[in-house]
Design a protein around this ligand. Structure first.
Ligand SMILES: [Zn+2]
Length: 328
């Protein structure tokens, strides 16, 4: 049973929002787009596991992309599966070409067009996650069952090389569910009762804290470089004007009732996680405070303050809310 499904991270969403809010000739744009390609590749890899893992029986609770606290830092687990007997940690890599894992755990080498590139070792990452999840369970006064560690290379064009020992944790995607079931069958004792699983599930979801990066600061981009306005869902130009009860594109004539949703999502992702009526009016290019109040009310955002001085915030499930299309 999937408890937390795969979604784009706030990190990826913020980079995508920044790229679409910068003019095409902005000097930082190629760097941002390069980073988006790499993050999208990771996202595709994680997404490709949903189908095989969905076929597992309901005895597993499945969480994708959990980001949990460890003191002042956080750690992210690609896939976390929990049953009454064991935990499975699945680290996903979507690299292509040839990957070599040496016997000593310290690096992963990718060879592409006769050039070798070094990456952090996924075996070290998963061992560290095992320790961190053990700490998390102990701190939350929960028992810690045996942990199965699996690394999956999801790209169909990858060739993974190394000794049998070096590839012990590596599993082809098509063998993933069999590997999970085989580990499970080694254990007879139940560590948890079904009610414990519910409790752990609640604790994990409560502790999940998505990373919200300050992308403007990351690329040293002043806010004045951003394109304001409401984007047309059809021709993608920032040319939507407010008509009578809808937004209308000056270029292609497309009409939309809620095209301002994307503008507000972009603002929360790029600039700051709150917006006032005045800031909203400036952002979307309208002058009437009452109209701004109505448009913001339509988004059903949490807020504090009275009508004039009201400040609106992203909903608590911002990570999921921010993935929706402008048209809803
Ligand atoms: Zn248009």
């Amino acid at each position: 049973m999937i408890i937390k499904t795969v979604t784009k991270s706030l990190d990826l969403l913020a980079h995508e929002a920044l790229a679409r809010r910068l003019p095409n000739n902005h000097p930082e744009k190629p760097k941002i787009e390069q980073k988006i390609l790499s993050m999208r590749s990771g996202y595709r890899g994680e997404k490709s596991l949903v189908y095989p893992l969905r076929n597992l029986t309901d005895k597993y609770l499945i969480f994708f992309g959990l980001r949990l606290p460890d003191g002042e830092y956080h750690f992210q687990i690609d896939s976390f599966l929990l049953s009454t007997k064991v935990i499975h940690l699945v680290e996903v890599k979507n690299h292509s070409e040839e990957i070599y894992l040496p016997d000593n755990f310290n690096q992963m080498i990718q060879t592409y067009k006769h050039t070798a590139r070094r990456y952090p070792d996924p075996r070290l990452q998963i061992l560290s996650h095992e320790e961190l999840i053990t700490n998390f369970l102990t701190q939350n006064k929960l028992a810690c069952p045996p942990i199965n560690k699996i690394i999956v290379f999801t790209n169909p064009n990858v060739i993974v090389k190394g000794s049998l020992q070096a590839l012990k944790m590596v599993c082809p995607p098509e063998e993933l569910t069999a590997r999970i079931d085989a580990f499970e069958e080694r254990f007879r004792t139940d560590f948890f009762q079904p009610r414990d699983l519910k409790k752990i599930s609640r604790k994990l979801l409560k502790a999940h804290s998505p990373h919200s990066p300050d992308v403007l600061n990351l690329f040293k981009i002043p806010p004045v470089h951003l394109i304001n306005g409401v984007r047309c869902p059809a021709c993608l130009s920032y040319a939507m004007c407010r008509g009578h009860g809808w937004w209308e594109c000056r270029f292609c004539g497309c009409k939309s009732k809620n095209a301002h949703l994307e503008t507000v999502i972009d603002y929360f992702l790029i600039v700051k996680p709150c917006i006032t009526n005045q800031e909203f009016r400036k952002l979307v290019g309208i002058s009437c405070p009452k109209l701004a109040t109505n448009l913001l009310a339509r988004l059903k955002l949490p807020f504090i303050g009275d009508k004039k001085g009201r400040t609106y915030y992203p909903p608590h499930d911002f990570e999921i809310w921010a993935q929706q299309e402008s048209e809803f």
